[in-house]
Design a protein around this ligand. Structure first.
Ligand SMILES: [Zn+2]
Ligand SMILES: [Zn+2]
Length: 342
């Protein structure tokens, strides 16, 4: 594979951008590669970061079962506790919580006294029970994601959002409607589930999200008991339940038996936009597993980094803001996976 761009202006830099994604030549590994490579340091188990077929993977311990679910049981995975050191070539590697989903990690690299941090997807805005809270890290060079890197993105208090979800659910119950909440299957579903009040009524989870629930429970995340869409689950949910479900396109036929339905969308902008397309959505709730604008700036300030590469989202706007407003040497960085999560 050809190296087509150095991440920074100095050849001594620890990271290079290759056709497979970020590569650390001194350590012989990629970070979240998009093609099959020898060794992948994997920040988390979302499909745009964790792909099948790598020679080996390194990930955080609490994210290992999720990664196996994604890339296959036979995968060669070395799991590290957060903060546990590993040396590859001359590079010291540690993983630190990113606050995005269970086991999501920032990658801290140290070579010859210089520290580089690659954030992966992270949530430095609001900590919650279904992910280890984001940890501030100081470094010389920061590679930050920027999914919501525009000033317009400012998340409301998640506790108030959960209140709104419960109010919507209660209103639907009063009308005999089943509440349907399409959610991203890994991360968003478990986060909402961990904040729902099972005393209000029956809760269901359907679709690929179900497979991840045991791993969250095993990691100590408290989740209520949930129904599936079998006969007894359907009977319990109809007219008063809240169903978290992941699907795209056509409404699953099973939902017909739960009518009348009320749909809502819960996400940053992507999911709201797509949920509005071709389907009536009664409510939209703003809740994201990524940092908002302030969270991104918080991470950058805490890092005290003199150079910041911006990737995975609104790269140009944020890089220019950092240069012009904060005086930071900053540049957009391409060839990083597109976002799957919201
Ligand atoms: Zn993600
Ligand atoms: Zn991502």
């Amino acid at each position: 594979m050809g190296f087509n761009q150095f991440v920074g202006p100095n050849e001594s830099d620890i990271l290079q951008m290759t056709s497979a994604g970020l590569y650390c030549p001194a350590g012989g590994f990629h970070i979240d590669p998009s093609k099959k490579v020898h060794l992948a340091v994997t920040t988390h188990a979302h499909s745009d970061h964790a792909r099948r077929g790598m020679g080996g993977y390194i990930c955080a311990s609490s994210g290992e079962p999720l990664l196996r679910q994604r890339v296959g049981k036979q995968a060669e995975i070395q799991a590290l506790e957060f903060g546990q050191g590993l040396r590859l070539g001359g590079v010291g590697i540690t993983l630190h919580p990113a606050g995005h989903i269970l086991g999501s990690a920032q990658v801290r690299l140290e070579l010859k006294g210089r520290v580089t941090v690659v954030t992966g997807d992270y949530n430095a805005t609001h900590a919650h029970a279904a992910a280890e809270p984001w940890e501030p890290l100081e470094c010389d060079f920061l590679v930050t994601e920027s999914t919501f890197g525009l000033p317009v993105y400012q998340w409301p208090d998640p506790a108030l959002v959960m209140d709104d979800i419960h109010h919507w659910w209660r209103f639907n119950q009063s009308r005999g409607r089943t509440s349907i909440l399409p959610c991203y299957p890994l991360g968003k579903t478990q986060r909402i589930l961990s904040s729902l009040d099972p005393g209000q009524g029956p809760i269901g989870v359907a679709g690929p999200a179900r497979a991840f629930l045991p791993h969250y429970r095993a990691a100590g995340v408290s989740l209520p008991e949930v129904h599936e869409l079998d006969e007894s689950g359907m009977a319990a949910l109809k007219g008063r339940g809240l169903l978290l479900i992941s699907f795209s396109g056509e409404e699953p036929p099973a939902l017909r038996a739960l009518r009348p339905l009320s749909y809502a969308a819960v996400s940053g902008w992507l999911q709201i936009r797509s949920a509005r397309r071709g389907r009536d959505v009664d409510r939209g709730f703003v809740l994201s597993d990524h940092s908002d604008w302030n969270g991104i700036l918080r991470c950058i300030r805490c890092s005290k980094a003199r150079r910041v590469a911006v990737t995975h989202g609104q790269t140009e706007v944020l890089a220019r803001y950092l240069r012009e407003t904060m005086g930071i040497d900053s540049f957009p960085l391409g060839h990083y996976p597109d976002n799957a999560s919201d």
